[in-house]
Design a protein. Sequence first.
Length: 172
Amino acid sequence: MTKAKGFSLIELLIVVAIILIVAAIAIPNLLRSRMLANQAAAVSTLRNINNSQASYIAEFSAQGYADSFVKLGPGLPCDATHACLVDDVIGCATQPCVKSGYGYFLISTSTAAPFVDYASTATAMAFGTSGLENYCSMDDGVLRSQVTPSATLTTAVVRTDCMDTTKFVAFK
């Protein structure tokens, strides 16, 4: 008699069960890490927008701050209408500009040049999946996070709300 070689059905089921247990532990941690990475990228992007605005107003002082991402974005030639200070993803024509699970808005209270202020907003596009925080920043350069974020924002946060410490607090 020859002995059959191979795995029994029970052994295969045990291996599959172990793999499923490991996956059940690892997948939520992976999703949480991805969400935290998106949030860190949003903070970094808002800092980049602040730096770009500082460069823009220094270069094009007659224009004031940029009132749209298109003015900060790429173009030929690089001028006040396309300053080449942010990438084409953030320099999009239609807001929100979506990057790494977050949507970005940019507004100004001025209606014509020179634009004396701006407010930028970052909000999770799929709240609870791509991020759990909403952020704003304005011409003072301070990043702020929403005190009690609960949903994706559908419009830009205005300066008065971004300054309101009951709604947004300085990000540490």
